[in-house]
Design a protein around this ligand. Structure first.
Ligand code: NAD
Length: 239
């Protein structure tokens, strides 16, 4: 089994859905986890359930100052940040004519600018440590086009590109950067999607635990030579 040996992992959007599954799986693999989210109640409840090796920090990923205090709180709690999972995201869907500038700005702010700000806040810590693993959550919609998702798709392609750029820029500092591209996973975000309308070779949608294994792998030394890579976890949907 993978042993993360007390490595410190900060998971954005870690209070529910996929982020919660990542936090639980990293903790189960021996990491100390920082659950960073807008949702204080859910985040504090999860941290309390996980116990001493977990804490909640309030974070709005779109806000530079919020990032500074979250990283400071993580360092105060555990003294390091070894793994950053940029998972917080929103899904704004609408046909182009109804895709308001407000909708566009919101999805870019959380899904793309949030990842940029997270990397910028954590990289100095990782550089000082001489190592780190950054795991950026994109989507299958960061690999192809789908209707009614113009802003979401642009944000997720952006996350993929940002990950490639940083993998090259940060490699010499011992920092690995990879992107993960989930397909249809049943969470609060996807309640309105009908799995029957998607052509999924494995024949079913998935649950957050089935993506968490890839996150634990990328957080661990089992992936020590893996950087700038893209991990599609979609049951074969875009093959
Ligand atoms: P979710 O809505 O269940 O959870 C999203 C979490 O992000 C929530 O805890 C929310 O509070 C947090 N969040 C939102 N805005 C935030 C902000 N500004 N600052 C901090 N936290 C914020 O969604 P999910 O399905 O768990 O999705 C998680 C990630 O996975 C997203 O980036 C999403 O785009 C991506 N993804 C999901 C699927 C899927 O099928 N569910 C597929 C591909 C990619």
């Amino acid at each position: 089994a993978v042993d993360l040996g007390g490595r410190v992992a900060l998971v954005t959007g870690g209070a529910r859905g996929l982020g919660e599954a990542y936090a639980r799986a990293l903790h189960a693999a021996g990491a100390r986890v920082v659950i960073a989210d807008l949702l204080r109640d859910e985040g504090e409840t999860l941290a309390a359930e996980l116990g001493v090796d977990a804490c909640f920090v309030p974070l709005d990923v779109t806000d530079e100052e919020s990032w500074a205090s979250a990283v400071e709180a993580a360092l105060e709690a555990f003294g390091a940040v070894d793994v950053l999972v940029n998972n917080a995201g929103i899904a704004n869907a609408a046909p182009l004519e109804h895709y308001s500038l407000e909708k566009w700005n919101a999805v870019i702010a959380v899904n793309l600018t949030g990842v940029f700000l997270g990397c910028r806040a954590v990289v100095p810590v990782m550089k000082a440590q001489g190592s780190g693993s950054i795991i950026n959550i994109s989507s299958v919609e960061g690999m192809r086009g789908s209707p009614h998702l113009v802003g979401y798709t642009a944000s997720k392609f952006g996350v993929r590109g940002l990950s490639q750029a940083l993998a090259v820029e940060l490699g010499a500092s011992g920092i690995r950067v990879n992107s993960v591209h989930p397909g249809l996973i049943l969470t609060d975000m996807t309640t309105r999607i009908d799995p029957a309308k998607l052509d999924i070779p494995l024949g079913r949608p998935s649950v957050p635990d089935e993506v968490a294994g890839t996150i634990v792998f990328l957080a661990s030394d089992a992936s020590s030579f893996t950087s700038g890579a893209e991990f599609v976890v979609d049951g074969g949907m875009i093959a």
